[in-house]
Design a protein around this ligand. Structure first.
Ligand SMILES: Cc1cc2nc3c(=O)[nH]c(=O)nc-3n(C[C@H](O)[C@H](O)[C@H](O)COP(=O)(O)OP(=O)(O)OC[C@H]3O[C@@H](n4cnc5c(N)ncnc54)[C@H](O)[C@@H]3O)c2cc1C
Ligand code: SF4
Length: 823
């Protein structure tokens, strides 16, 4: 029995189902009235509320489950919601106003919400119950597909609709051979016309996925209880290790039906989302409203507004049905469809085709109003057309240029900004979340200056992402030049993808070269630019150690020539001195090199190393050869890499020292050097809390204490001065090394190129780093081992390679122009 202590006299609200609709109802309710109800939620799934529409990016590896959570545990705690996970409600007793779960939990209600969603439809052909026949609805399904994909083999997806194609693309990205079987002659025939369906099929096939249309499944053949093949009714047999059925959904209404509520195809509701029992609301895909069942998120969110308002006592916000738009979430396939697409005597069409660019746009008009739009290849104007469909705009005035989109609206010059500016305040920008223009603009006026900021405050662009372009245009419109700086945080003008997306896609699609990334991720320039090339080079190096070969041409000049360019065009050379320690041989070699090459300045750096300044570029290989001869190697003083480990003298010399800071610093530097990182990494070890090595302004700092070592990180003392955060305390030197390497590896895997460690921390949060490096010992070991593996390929001295002749062209002066007599 759910706790119903009599001290709490609030009304009891019970919710059955914890999907996207239920979650949104609670948000709507809490925005209006936080404390009116004592809320209990039952979820048949053993988890919190997540963004189901993002399961496809999880399947393809572009997102993780954690990244698609809508409400985490903290949210339920903060809002006082009791979430009962993994318990299916099996009965509603309307007379006694109770619900009963499969394990016997009973909860009393004053108001009940049924939000049970839909079930995948399973074609009852012979063999449908064999092992390896999967559906695509929740995270368990994704996990089953991922487990199957790990073994490789062949997948057959039955159904060439939105879900089927997303499943097929995800399984292909995970390395399976995939065939899509579709009953109809063209894919996604409910949303697309034949031309767009044809282009879509070509794009899917170009990804290496086989598509068989007019394919009627007759039987799923098995061997030893597991799937072996799919047999079509024309006798063809397609071998399969798994079969994913994605042929449609049906509202999940059995519970409601058993409780005697009125049910047709879905659970019947009125415009206030009330069922035939006034104490019971229903919302989401389980519902039938004015004869319509919906399978997309935008209408459910509109319904949720009505239910949230109703629960808060406001019955003025009736739901009157929705128009829907669809976007396919297969990376690289741009497809948008909205409204009515069928031909009819009273309907006209405007069509634009650009065969060379695989662009196709079609608008269906009725009485000078757009009633349907399908866009393939260039979908930027989708939401704009959708808005006109919803508003019933008379388009007579702009008919000539209508198909070219909002940039040409009103036959004016190409100015998308003017078109966005002209949108009314109530124009819906984000269909999934029902966010209108004025809400976004007020968030920006309230201080949100980035896409992420607007997402966090308004939810716009946080679901399927198809409105991202419009939200960015609103940011640009409101912030002008200030937003330009904010966008510069993204990768570069060569791509619309951000750093995080590019990193994920490199791994998910196993892209192993810069040209492969640019081709697959649809770079807008042929060869990239000075911003994206070094970043891609780093991401590939970090993702594929031992496989990807460093591309010198994609490095900044200092890293290309392994020295720091100075303001007069000469270079400076800093040999590595492990832990800041040197000896007479090394000092002699440095002095000799300074003499021999007439190096004008020898200086001690802030990181306790010796800098030889004023070396001519062509002398660099010879300088390195002489330094190498004395055992000195590059200090990477120029690199996005480990720079130095500064040490104090520690207990070897100092009266206060509690630990051997020098030898620990040397160990760390010998272990970590050579690792390429998103930005420079500086370290220090201090032998006691007096902290003479200034370890608390480093990327990673160790402060020795009586009982062990305090590990600090994410400090800086450059343009921005930042004190470190305490990561944890450890006891032994081995622990220091393991934590340090694991942290460095996490940073290498997750940071955006050119993010110092503190910037990365600000983005991912302390909880995330501590969970990954401190609390989860297995994960820490895993990170550590990945770091150690990649060091096998990283620890080679670039100076000795260059001194031996590699990339010698870099150091050969260019010949001056020769003048020849013209006869
Ligand atoms: C892979 C995938 C991709 C999608 N992509 C898109 C997209 O791009 N755009 C879009 O708009 N929509 C998309 N959708 C559809 C969208 O996710 C759904 O419309 C939406 O999630 C439905 O919300 P809901 O709350 O009604 O149901 P659900 O989110 O399905 O939630 C219902 C919940 O109720 C629980 N439940 C059911 N019965 C009981 C019971 N008796 N007791 C307790 N709990 C119960 C279920 O376990 C489930 O967790 C996609 C769906 C999938 C599966
Ligand atoms: S940090 Fe402590 S051990 Fe190191 S030099 Fe300073 S006082 Fe001595």
């Amino acid at each position: 029995m759910v706790d119903s202590t009599k001290t709490d006299n609030r009304e009891r609200l019970v919710v059955i189902g914890n999907g996207m609709a239920a979650g949104r109802v609670l948000e709507e309710l809490f925005e209006r009235e936080r404390d009116r109800y004592r809320v209990t939620v039952f979820n048949a799934e053993p988890r919190v509320n997540y963004n189901r529409i993002m399961l496809s990016p999880v399947l393809s590896g572009e997102k993780t489950y954690e990244e698609i959570l809508i409400h985490d545990d903290a949210w339920y705690a903060a809002n006082g919601v009791e979430l009962i996970r993994g318990e299916k409600v099996i009965a509603i007793n309307r007379d006694e106003r109770k619900v009963i779960s499969a394990v016997g939990t009973v909860a009393d209600y004053d108001r009940l919400i049924v939000a049970t969603g839909s079930q995948p439809f399973i074609i009852p052909v012979p063999g449908h119950d064999l092992d390896g026949v999967l559906t695509y609805r929740d995270l368990d399904d994704v996990e089953a597909m991922l487990a199957a994909a790990e073994k490789g083999g062949r997948a057959v997806v039955i159904g060439g609709g939105l879900l089927g194609l997303e499943a097929a693309a995800g399984l292909k990205a995970r390395g399976m051979d995939v065939t899509v079987l579709h009953l109809m002659p063209t894919l996604m025939e409910r949303q697309l016309d034949q031309s767009a369906g044809y282009l879509l099929q070509k794009a899917i096939e170009a990804r290496g996925i086989e598509v068989v249309t007019r394919a009627n499944t007759h039987e799923i053949a098995g061997a030893a209880g597991a799937v072996r093949a799919v047999r079509l009714d024309d006798g063809r047999e397609i071998p399969a290790d798994i079969v994913v059925m994605a042929v449609g959904i049906k509202p999940n209404v059995d519970l409601a039906k058993d409780a005697g509520l009125e049910v047709n195809r879905g659970l019947l509701v009125d415009d206030l989302m009330r069922t035939s029992d006034p104490a019971i609301y229903a919302v989401g895909e389980c519902v039938e409203h004015r004869g319509q069942c919906y399978g997309l998120v935008a209408p459910l969110y509109e319904m949720a507004k009505t239910v949230g308002a109703g629960l808060a006592g406001d019955d003025g916000l009736a739901y009157r049905g929705s128009l829907t738009a669809t976007k396919l979430k297969v990376t690289g396939v741009d497809l948008y469809s909205a409204g009515e697409l069928a031909e009819g005597d009273d309907r006209e069409e405007i069509v634009l085709r650009d065969a060379a660019h695989s662009i196709y746009k079609r608008l269906v008009l009725q009485e000078n109003r757009i009633i349907g739009a399908v866009l393939y290849g260039d979908t930027a104007d989708g939401p704009w057309f959708f808005q006109h469909i919803k508003n019933g705009t008379d388009i007579s005035e702009m008919r000539e240029t209508l198909i070219f989109g909002q940039g040409f609206a009103g036959a004016g010059p190409l100015d998308p900004m003017a078109a966005v500016a002209a949108l009314p305040d109530d124009a819906e920008i984000c269909g999934c979340n029902g966010v209108c223009k004025s809400r976004i603009v007020s968030a920006i006026e309230g201080g949100q200056a980035t896409l992420d900021g607007v997402r966090a405050t308004t939810k716009a662009s946080s679901s399927c992402g198809s409105c991202t372009g419009l939200v960015e245009q609103l940011l640009e419109l409101s912030l002008g030049g200030d937003f330009a700086r904010a966008v510069a945080d993204g990768m570069c003008p060569c791509t619309d993808l951000g750093h995080g997306e590019v990193r994920r896609l490199i791994a998910a699609k196993e892209l192993m070269s810069i040209p492969a990334v640019m081709q697959e991720l649809q770079w807008k320039t042929s060869c990239g630019c000075a911003k994206c090339r070094p970043a891609l080079n780093y991401y590939l190096l970090a993702t594929w150690p031992g496989i990807y070969v460093d591309d010198q041409q994609s490095r900044f000049i200092n890293e290309r020539v392994h020295a720091n360019i100075q303001k007069d065009g000469t270079y400076s050379v800093v040999p590595r001195m492990w832990g800041g320690i040197t000896n007479p041989t090394e000092l002699r070699a440095i002095a000799d090199v300074a003499d021999k090459f007439a190096i004008p300045t020898v200086k001690v750096t802030g990181g306790q190393r010796i800098d030889l300044l004023g070396v001519k570029k062509e002398d660099l290989p010879a300088v390195w050869a002489d330094l190498n001869a004395a055992g000195l190697v590059s200090g990477h003083a120029y690199g996005k890499a480990l720079r130095t480990v500064k040490t104090c003298v520690g207990n070897e010399w100092c009266r206060f020292g509690t630990q051997a800071s020098v030898s620990l610093g040397v160990q760390m530097e010998r272990f970590l050097w050579g690792a390429w990182t998103p930005h420079k990494v500086k370290m220090a070890v201090s032998g006691c809390p007096r902290n003479c090595a200034e370890a608390t302004v480093k990327d990673f700092g160790v402060v020795c204490v009586d009982s062990g070592f305090e590990l600090h990180f994410a400090g800086a003392a450059g343009m921005e001065v930042k004190a470190t955060q305490l990561l944890c305390k450890v006891v032994a030197e081995e622990d220091v090394l393991e934590h340090c390497a694991a942290l460095l590896q996490l940073y290498r895997q997750e940071a955006h190129y050119l993010d110092r460690m503190h910037k990365w921390l600000a983005r991912v949060g302390m909880d995330h780093v501590q969970a990954a490096v401190v609390e989860d010992a297995d994960n820490r070991r895993d990170l550590y081992e990945r770091f150690v593996f990649s060091q096998r390929f990283a620890q080679s001295d670039p100076w000795s390679e260059r001194a031996a002749g590699r990339d010698s062209h870099e150091f050969t002066p260019l010949e001056g122009p020769k003048l020849e007599a013209v006869t």
